[in-house]
Ligand binder design. Structure first.
Ligand SMILES: [Zn+2]
Length: 422
């Protein structure tokens, strides 16, 4: 803010929205589905094709491109001081089996649009600027999700990641070598000064409120549980209503309780039963055993803790009143992630400078940025998607919104370039 009139070097640079949109459509060919979506599972031939395309596009802009031992790609535009760690942008180019053209892709190709804008304007940055394509964000072929950014951030070891297998028994490490993307640089050694991830919201809030930019402040806390309800199998005709231990009936009451707990801890709390298995699942048997999963989320760890306490009590009460046993186990606990305040503020200011309607928002889904936040100042930028729909071939976003997101990305990166290591 030191320059006269408040105009800083780089403030006149904007991305070319038409080229960005062309890139989205062009890469959508790799794994295109008849319904207009993309099937581009990680480390497949389609993934190799889009990686090769991305590397060639970056090299054409004068960037150097490398990949590490987990296949994460780094496209680098040199800065005035090559000894500084890079300001980075990124996301992922892999998709769900029936994925769309935007999830992850706008973050990588939005970064490419920033590199293009810097080159065409001749703007020189102090730091190197890099775009990263993280391997296996989706977790659709190799669980868990965000595997390679997790290794990068030290959440998983590389050895355990390489040994993950898909449903056909193929090792992650073999699939990575098979497409030629197991690189020499050990994953996690790459220095990073800051990380910015542009992404579609994957929810309905921005569209419903007519906002163009979501200023993402963090990722909400997530806890997963598994409940096994044990009653007694018995004959549906000859067991009187008063003498049953009906596990499915008890489970139904528990599902109601999960919903009530979510509603009672609003406004941001969500509570979901998404998977139920009923045994023996026969029409003339009173069910003796039910397995169900519970997913609890809220931006505040304390709220999720209170939801868990309330749920444990309700489930114990229901089991006692229903004459069944309920075994309740927490199987995953991902605390809330809080992004870097200075990076968040840079995104907010960038949206304001461009006049884009914006609001603060907490991510409901996991992202590579959630792991990057452990090792570098990090934040995210959301743009709306039609109907909040994602992980769906019909996933859609507006060309103008995607370009706006990339402009905010560009401005936030230039802010970090001035601000960090000054
Ligand atoms: Zn994504």
């Amino acid at each position: 803010m030191s320059e006269a009139g408040g105009l800083r070097s780089g403030d006149n640079v904007t991305v070319d929205g038409a080229s960005l949109w062309n890139d989205i459509l062009e890469t959508a060919r790799f794994g295109a589905t008849p319904k207009g979506g993309i099937r581009r599972l990680t480390l497949t031939e389609e993934d190799r094709q889009v990686r090769d395309w991305f590397a060639a596009a970056c090299r054409a802009l004068g960037c150097s491109v490398s990949h590490d031992s987990m296949g994460n790609q780094f496209a680098r535009r040199e800065g005035a001081d090559p000894s500084l760690p890079p300001i980075t942008m990124g996301s992922h180019l892999d998709t769900q089996p029936t994925g769309g053209k935007f999830d992850g892709i706008v973050g990588v190709l939005g970064g490419l649009a920033v590199l293009r804008a810097l080159r065409e304007s001749g703007h020189e940055t102090r730091h190197p600027i890099e775009v990263i394509n993280w391997t296996n964000e989706e977790g659709a072929r190799f669980a868990p999700a965000m595997l390679a950014s997790g290794v990068f951030a030290g959440v998983f070891t590389e050895a355990e990641a390489l040994d993950k297998t898909d449903r056909a028994g193929v090792r992650f490490g073999d699939a990575l070598a098979g497409i030629g993307y197991r690189g020499p640089e050990p994953c996690g050694r790459h220095p990073i000064a800051a990380y910015f991830e542009l992404h579609i919201e994957q929810g309905p809030i921005l569209e419903a409120e007519g906002k163009t930019i979501g200023v993402v402040t963090g990722v909400q806390a997530i806890r997963w549980y598994e409940v096994t309800v044990t009653g007694r199998d018995s004959h549906a005709g000859s067991t009187p209503m008063t003498m049953r231990a009906d596990a499915l009936l008890a489970a139904a009451r528990m599902i109601e309780a999960v919903n009530a707990v979510g509603l009672a801890h609003g406004p941001d709390a969500v509570a979901t039963v998404g998977l139920v298995e009923n045994r023996p699942n026969s029409r003339n048997v009173v069910p003796g055993e039910v397995f169900l999963t519970i997913d609890l989320r809220d931006p505040d760890d304390a709220v999720v803790g209170r939801m868990e306490d309330a749920l444990r009590e309700r489930i114990a009460d229901i089991a006692a009143a229903s004459g069944v046993r309920a075994d309740f186990a927490r199987v995953w606990d991902a605390p809330a992630v809080h992004f870097d305040p200075a990076c968040i503020e840079a995104v907010r200011q960038a949206a304001e400078a461009f006049g884009y309607p914006a609001r603060r928002i907490v991510s409901g889904a996991g992202h590579d940025a959630a792991y990057l936040a452990r090792v570098a100042p990090t934040t995210m930028i959301f743009v709306p998607c039609a109907g909040g729909l994602s992980h769906n071939e019909a996933e859609s976003a507006e060309r103008g919104d995607v370009a706006a997101g990339a402009n905010v990305l560009l401005r936030a990166v230039l802010d970090a370039d001035r601000r960090l290591n000054a």
